[in-house]
Design a protein around this ligand. Structure first.
Ligand SMILES: [Zn+2]
Length: 296
């Protein structure tokens, strides 16, 4: 039997080290290209199929993450795990449009599970168990708290958010919680979005003059006939309308009259109860909106 000489042995070890280094380099290249594939220069807005409620997740091109409302239960956690890396446990901002259970229940779970850096809210409170639970969860989070009212603007990595509602006066006096909803006009390059919470027609009449043209409308109050006035639609002329509502919900949302108004204005309608999760993507020039498959 021939034995390897020490000289041949060191050659073999050197050869194995070279293979190992090549494999590591290939792995790192694949890993970083995976990142490049996912971190496209697009702004992404997911309208989650969350049942009868609202949860909208925004990711900017450089990975800032913003959640507007959290839906009616903790199914938001599955949705987030579909669109975030498993090791990413930080959310840059949450917006609490108004403290109704179909918008805030999931936020309690999100605050429990994720490190939230900033909370944008109106300060409107109530005595429901969900509001008390949310308040406790927000107090325990070491997050900045920002009272969010008409006239304020925030910038997230090129995505500008102009707050159209509520006024300080509405926060102080309004008895109907829906009408204290934070209404956000978000613009990214040429693309514009209107996130309306559950604000009703009387509020729309007030902020309509501030909006301008809109590409994507998150239809107010789950398609209830108390929102989405003809006046608002004629002002914003949305190309796409997203209705966030539950299958066979007890409220009969969306109302046929709202669907009619949206069709009349020429908007392409997506409904989470029929289309599932919907993703809007914009590179600042072109915009695509379509249902998207999420694993959970
Ligand atoms: Zn609602």
């Amino acid at each position: 039997m021939r034995r390897a000489t020490p000289h041949k042995l060191s050659h073999k070890i050197f050869f194995l080290i070279r293979i190992f280094v090549s494999v590591v380099i290939l792995f790192l290249l694949a890993y970083t290209s995976q990142f490049a594939r996912i971190r496209t220069p697009d702004l992404k807005v997911w309208f989650f199929d969350i049942g009868q409620g609202d949860a909208t997740f925004i990711e900017t091109p450089n990975g800032q993450q913003i959640l507007v409302d959290g839906g009616p239960d903790n199914s938001i956690l599955q949705k987030l795990s579909s669109v975030m890396w498993p090791w990413d446990k930080t959310i840059d901002a949450i917006f609490v449009t108004h403290p109704d259970a179909d918008h805030i229940t999931g936020l309690i779970s999100v605050l429990d599970r994720y490190n939230v850096k900033a909370i944008y809210e109106t300060g409107v409170r109530g005595s429901t168990p969900m509001i008390i639970g949310l308040e406790k969860a927000m107090d325990e989070e070491r997050a900045s708290r920002i009272i969010t009212t008409q006239g304020k603007s925030f910038e997230f990595d090129g995505a500008r958010m102009d707050i159209l509602w509520p006024t300080l006066d509405a926060i102080a006096k309004e008895k109907e919680r829906n009408n204290t909803s934070i209404v956000i006009r978000m613009s990214y390059g040429d693309s514009s979005f209107l996130l309306t919470g559950d604000a009703q027609t009387e509020v729309e009449d007030d902020y309509a003059k501030l909006v301008g043209d809109i590409d994507v409308l998150k239809v107010g109050h789950h398609g209830s006939k108390t929102s989405t006035s003809v006046l608002l639609l004629k002002t914003i002329k949305p190309e796409f309308a997203i209705i966030s509502d539950g299958v066979d919900n007890k409220y009969g949302h969306p109302h046929p009259i709202v669907l009619e108004r949206l069709k009349d204005i020429g908007a392409m309608i997506f409904r989470t109860d029929k289309d599932g999760d919907v993703l809007a993507k914009s590179d600042g020039v072109s915009l695509q909106v379509a249902p998207v498959f999420l694993p959970f």
